[in-house]
Design a protein around this ligand. Structure first.
Ligand code: PEP
Ligand code: MN
Length: 441
């Protein structure tokens, strides 16, 4: 058990300044009594599927909000989000002729790393919002005080979300024909739908053909769906880390897949140390300043046994940098003999602020980073394993561009994110169709 606490001796970036240590201790003690949110066996199953991703035999789609909120725990937003992810994955499955491993940024994505500790509005300076797991979004001194009771709410919000997601994936909503019918509707109603009509029709024919052959496997009616979030708040993650009764090994049961963010991936830091000791599949974000030496050291620390599916590098370089900085990382990691899954996050390197103060991203930059990601891997003969995107199933106006040609002036209409701008439903589906064209080439 001492190993499981070794992170406590390391510097932990991005942890809240909890004002009342006794209240934190009480919250953690309560969390320790709760049942696991996911099972170790499910984490192992996902690890095996990520091993397929790394080997080029499956494609990973990881998506969801930048930051989930307690208010957002409701049937409608969750259904819309899951539908969008399933719709994207049908298109990608067809185009890649490979299974798509579906992972939500969901049921636990309640804590955010921030670039600055405070923010100023109209001359008033307050601590930043760090996600619903820590403090309130409202711009008042009271709301911004970190409250450890929120960790307990995070658990319950995650449990409720996961419960509905699990039901959704086996209860009929995930039926392939149903999901494809939603895609057909999307294509019909999109101003640029013509472009996607052929692929939608081809999928239609493929489904009809299989049906005519009498094929109706269970896989057409249910899907495997996994939960992931950034393992940021180590007190929370440690409280949900449990010893698997089958194997005697520790798993962080707060989610199936946990990732370490760009701001907390220091080799001697607490986050890497924590992740070293849990057996879940782990991701690490790599931004444009990451060196090949960083990547190799992370492999050594997090995957010393070179376990298939254990480690995923989620690169987020920016559309203007990916073609320059990714090749060396991929080359040196590949030359070292290590196998990792390479996943493209085309969101976090492409954020900018409009003159009117909205954080946004251009759809074309997102698409261009994905294109660069495929180009680099094609050139090197390595495997472009998947996509990591911030999205919602609702018709928000947070990213500019896409088929509906959202402009900066439109951002005021439905800007609802509490952190980074997400692709809305139409933009997400378009991205899937456009990536499908890249995969199909
Ligand atoms: C995120 O995924 O929301 C995030 C903060 O990403 P990164 O660590 O890559 O900046
Ligand atoms: Mn984000």
């Amino acid at each position: 058990m001492t190993d499981l606490n070794s992170w406590r001796a390391r510097p932990a970036a991005q942890q809240p300044d909890w004002p009342d240590p006794a209240a934190l201790e009480a919250a953690v003690a309560e969390l320790r009594t709760f049942p696991p949110l996911v099972f170790a066996g499910e984490c192992d199953a996902l690890k095996a599927r990520i091993a397929d991703v790394a080997a080029g035999k499956a494609f990973l789609l990881q998506g969801g909000d930048c930051a989930e909120t307690f208010d957002g725990v409701g049937a409608d937003p969750l259904r819309n989000k899951l539908r969008t992810i399933l719709q994207m994955s049908v298109v990608l499955t067809y185009a890649a002729s490979m299974p798509v491993v579906k992972v939500g940024r969901i049921a636990g994505q309640y804590a955010k790393p921030r670039s600055k500790p405070t923010e100023v509005r109209n001359g008033v300076e307050l601590p930043v919002y760090r996600g619903d797991a820590v403090n309130g979004f409202e711009f008042t001194p009271e709301a911004r005080v970190p409250d450890p009771r929120r960790l307990v709410r995070t658990y319950h919000a995650s449990a409720a979300t996961l419960n509905l997601a699990r039901a959704f994936c086996v209860g009929g909503e995930a039926d392939l024909r149903q999901v494809h019918a939603w895609n057909t509707d999307f294509v019909r109603n999109s101003p640029v739908g013509e472009r996607y009509e052929r692929m939608a029709r081809d999928i239609d024919r493929a489904i009809a053909f299989m049906h005519a052959c009498g094929a109706d496997p269970a896989e057409f009616r249910t899907v495997d769906f996994y939960a992931s979030h950034e393992a940021l708040l180590l007190d929370y993650e440690a409280a949900l880390t449990r010893i698997d009764s089958r194997t005697g090994l520790p798993y962080d049961t707060s989610g199936h897949f946990l990732w370490i963010g760009e701001r907390t991936r220091q080799l001697d830091g607490a986050h890497v140390e924590f992740a070293r000791h849990i057996r879940n599949p782990i991701g690490v974000k790599l931004g444009p300043t990451a060196t090949a030496e960083d990547a190799l050291a992370l492999i050594e620390a997090l995957d010393p046994d070179r376990e298939p599916g254990r480690l995923t590098f989620i690169t987020r370089m920016g559309a203007d940098k990916i073609r320059d900085v990714l090749p060396e990382l991929v080359e040196k990691v590949t030359a070292s003999g290590a196998t990792v899954a390479w996943v493209c996050d085309p969101m976090h390197g492409n954020t900018f602020e409009t003159p009117t103060g909205y954080k946004t991203r251009r759809f074309d930059d997102v698409l261009d980073e994905v294109a660069g990601f495929f180009e680099v891997h094609r050139e090197l003969g390595t495997v472009p394993g998947g996509l990591h995107v911030e999205l919602t199933g609702d018709d928000v106006t947070e990213c500019v561009g896409g088929g509906h040609a959202l402009e900066e002036a439109d951002l005021t209409q439905r800007y609802e994110t509490v952190c980074d701008p997400r692709l809305n439903r139409a933009q997400s589906l378009e991205l899937a169709f456009l990536v499908a064209e890249m995969l199909h080439r």
